[in-house]
Structure formats: structure tokens, C-alpha cells
Design a protein around this ligand. Structure first.
Ligand code: FES
Ligand code: FES
Length: 150
């Protein structure tokens, strides 16, 4: 399942999930930064866990439920985390942003009201070259506040 829809692809078992998502399924939201599991820009959710899709062979994803950044919005309505990143300047060049948003989404599922340290820890697998992280932390705090109030 990808973003709630059943998908069938013809792929070599060891093809990277990242490539199958981007090339075979046309979901270019997940980005390739390092290709080595270090930067988190390729992050997606697989059965609710945050994974680096550059390290996941597609055979491992068979039978699981994968959510990419494209699956967070409900039609034209952005998820709260996406909206907060947009409004708080959490994105600059945007390469890290899909992975960062999915990591923040994953963090807020487990910790609806994280501290700044918990946000930094929760996003520690996702690297950003542009923002200095302050606006990203602000975005997550704002998303958390909106989700708690909703
Ligand atoms: S591209 Fe996957 S962790 Fe960097
Ligand atoms: S916004 Fe450019 S790498 Fe994070």
C-alpha cells in the first residue's frame, strides 16, 4: 500500500524503495541526499515507522503500508505539520523538507507536546544545510500547538 492505495510494481527485489517510489510510482517527494542512510531526506513511513527509503530493498516493503509526503495532505488541505513548516519558514531549498516533515509527523504521533530537546532528538536523523534548524523547531512547536488545540 502506498498512501492508502494498493500498488503493484515489477522490480528487482533489491531495488531501493526510494527509486521505486520516485521512478516507478512518480512520487518524487522523497529526495535522495546521501544515498547512505545518513541524511534522512528520503524518509518515509513504513507501517508507521520512520525509515530511510534509500536503505530499504523494495522486497522488504512488499505487504507493508508506506506513507510518503504526498500522502499527508487531504486533497488540497495540507496536514498541520506541512502548514506549520510553510508558515514558520521551516523550508528553504526544500531538499530535507519532505523527510523532515515526516519525521516531525512521526514524532508528534508519539509525543504530542514535545520539548525543544525532544524535537531536536526526534529530528536528529534528518539533516538540513539551510535553515540552521531554528525555524524547523519553531515549525514543529507550532504544529504541536495547533494539533493539541484542534
Ligand atoms: S538519501 Fe537516504 S538517508 Fe540520505
Ligand atoms: S531546507 Fe535546504 S536542506 Fe533543509
Amino acid at each position: 500500500m502506498v498512501n492508502g492505495e494498493t500498488k503493484t510494481v515489477l522490480a528487482y527485489p533489491m531495488e531501493r524503495l526510494l527509486d521505486v517510489l520516485r521512478v516507478d510510482l512518480g512520487l518524487s517527494g522523497a529526495k535522495e541526499g546521501c544515498g547512505e542512510g545518513e541524511c534522512g531526506s528520503c524518509s518515509v513511513l513504513m507501517d508507521g515507522a520512520l525509515v530511510n527509503s534509500c536503505l530499504v530493498p523494495v522486497l522488504q516493503a512488499a505487504g507493508t503500508s508506506v506513507v510518503t509526503i504526498e500522502g499527508l495532505a487531504a486533497g488540497e488541505t495540507l496536514d498541520t505539520v506541512q502548514q506549520a513548516f510553510l508558515e514558520c519558514g521551516g523550508a528553504q531549498c526544500g531538499i530535507c523538507t519532505p523527510g523532515m516533515i515526516l519525521a516531525a509527523f512521526h514524532l508528534l504521533k508519539g509525543k504530542p507536546e514535545p520539548t525543544i530537546d525532544e524535537i531536536r532528538e526526534g529530528l536528529s536523523g534528518n539533516l538540513c544545510r539551510c535553515t540552521g534548524y531554528s525555524q524547523i523547531v519553531d515549525s514543529v512547536l507550532e504544529a504541536a500547538r495547533r494539533r493539541v488545540e484542534a
